[in-house]
Design a protein around this ligand. Sequence first.
Ligand code: ATP
Ligand code: MG
Length: 641
Amino acid sequence: MTQAEKGEVAAAASSSSSAAAAAENGKDKERDKEKEQRGGGGGGSKRPIVPAAVPESLQEQIQSNFIIVIHPGSTTLRIGRATDTLPISIPHVIARRHKQAGQSIYKDSWLLREGLSKPESTEQRQNGLKMVDQAIWSKKMSNGARRIPVSPDQARSYNRQMRPAILDHSSGTKWTNTGHHPEYVVGEEALYVNPGDCYNIHWPIRRGQLNLHSGPGGSLTAVLADLEVIWSHTIQKYLEIPLKDLKYYRCILLIPDIYNKQHVKEIVNMILMKMGFSGIVVHQESVCATFGSGLGSACIVDVGDQKTSICCVEDGVSHRNTRLCLAYGGSDVSRCFYWLLQRAGFPYRDCHLSKRTDCLLLQQLKETFCHLDQDLSGLKDHEFQVRHPDSPALLYQLRLGDEKLQAPMALFYPATFGIVGQKMTSLQQRSQGDPEDPHDEHYLLATQSKQEQSAKATADRKSKPGGFEGDMRGQSANAAENLYPPEVELGTSHGECILGGNDSEEPLTAHMSRKSAVSQFEGKALGLDKAILHSIDCCASDDTKKKMYSSILVVGGGLMFHKAQEFLQHRILNKMPPSFRRVVENVEVITRPKDMDPRLIAWKGGAVLACLDTTQELWIYQREWQRFGVRMLRERAAFVW
Ligand SMILES: Nc1ncnc2c1ncn2[C@@H]1O[C@H](COP(=O)(O)OP(=O)(O)OP(=O)(O)O)[C@@H](O)[C@H]1O
Ligand SMILES: [Mg+2]
């Protein structure tokens, strides 16, 4: 590592050290609050099961070079030493050879998904597109004029008659050589396995969660095995660390803000007991994003390939009630762009969403052509190349108009994605309890008397801040009161809750309001701007809300469009409640903090975390995990587990 790089890491560490220290304080505060709310002491308090592990010697230098930061995404795995300036980024995919000849080929889909071919899908898509067009038309350009809409027919006649030019008889790309029958190949090589070869294709993470399904390779064991193989292979190949040496290494694992406890537990177990790392710290993506950007507090908007997650982070604490995950992301924009291209007579007529190479091409075309710039209007001619293995390199001419703006705008009008009958919005699932953890939430709730619960619920209702009377929130709160009158028997209801936060700190009435709020919109996808407003509105105090409005940090790759910052800022300003518009001095959307690549910010935050003194007490060591299992996560996690 060069001196300059070291300097950068050190600077990043120091800029975030206050945030991380605050994170610890925040965690303590959150825990105190939680304890208080459970009626203090009694059976509900947290008891340390072992004293915090003190490193062999307190003077020991932080060995960041021996810490590997892993940020697994739905489409991209980011992994590197905490001292690296940038992580290795590889497609998070594995191709596995068939065990027996004659098996049919299985492949996880990428741009295709369920719910697209329901009878209502087309109509929903068209309605969404009408809303997009209306929004484009109603917003003026910077010169005060309105955009003149371009009909797809204008481009279609031109595009339809276009034929590709052959640039070269060889495309310059090749299928992965599987002649030696490797048991598996991962990353880029897996993407380029010939579809005719006897390999199944698995993306172990889809929509931000483990990709469990009933098809081949969809069991928990199989998905964990895929993760282990991909990560081990990458560590060996790119970080040049022999696997037997992992016992000298520790790992920082970034997990989604809305995480599945059972899955996190299994992954931690795999990292410590199978891969053989000596220790681990698990932290949330959103909090790491604040560390990576050097911001103390922010509303984190992570637009990924498959999901979009939003949550408000204050001094290192991700507020549970503000966490929201939307089941759409960049891949849905790419598919939407493909439909719009087809409508405009896309000259590459053999393009199919079921082909991996075409999915790659479509993602690339979206990244190159799409934008959120209201000032760019009219028809324009473009060209693009298709370079698929076993085919010539082709050059296409293409004329496009509003399609380039319409596709990214679908993020704000997700009906345009045409997804019907799927769960599109989720909050943190209420815990199902964990038999390995005697102090899980069920135990805590069960040991709290009914009087305590209802007294706290009443107090909470009275103290509920009234700042924002946003439409959605107002409706849902009212609806909740009708559906769940306050005298509902609180003590018995927690077991049946499927949705909603698993906040131990959240009174059950509040939880139910949230539950009904979510059930109102879980089938529909909230637009990105509305979801941000909703998340901010769920902050506990007006002061925090104000803080969030002035620091909306967009990370992940899904919104990396030209003028996205201005576009989102304008929409938030227009849609925020007037009471806040008057008091918030500057609404600020940040898309490139410190001019960094937004896709790498959370990973960078993980690296910053590794360098901090305060992280030392968060490590869970292999021997402790072996002995105490998941209880160590409750004890050491940097957030309320
Ligand atoms: N320049 C760009 N313009 C527009 N979109 C881009 C650009 N670069 C990358 N993307 C999109 O960003 C998405 C990938 O984002 P990211 O790497 O954050 O996802 P991920 O972390 O793998 O997935 P997820 O967060 O959904 O689990 C892809 O849809 C990709 O096409
Ligand atoms: Mg991501």
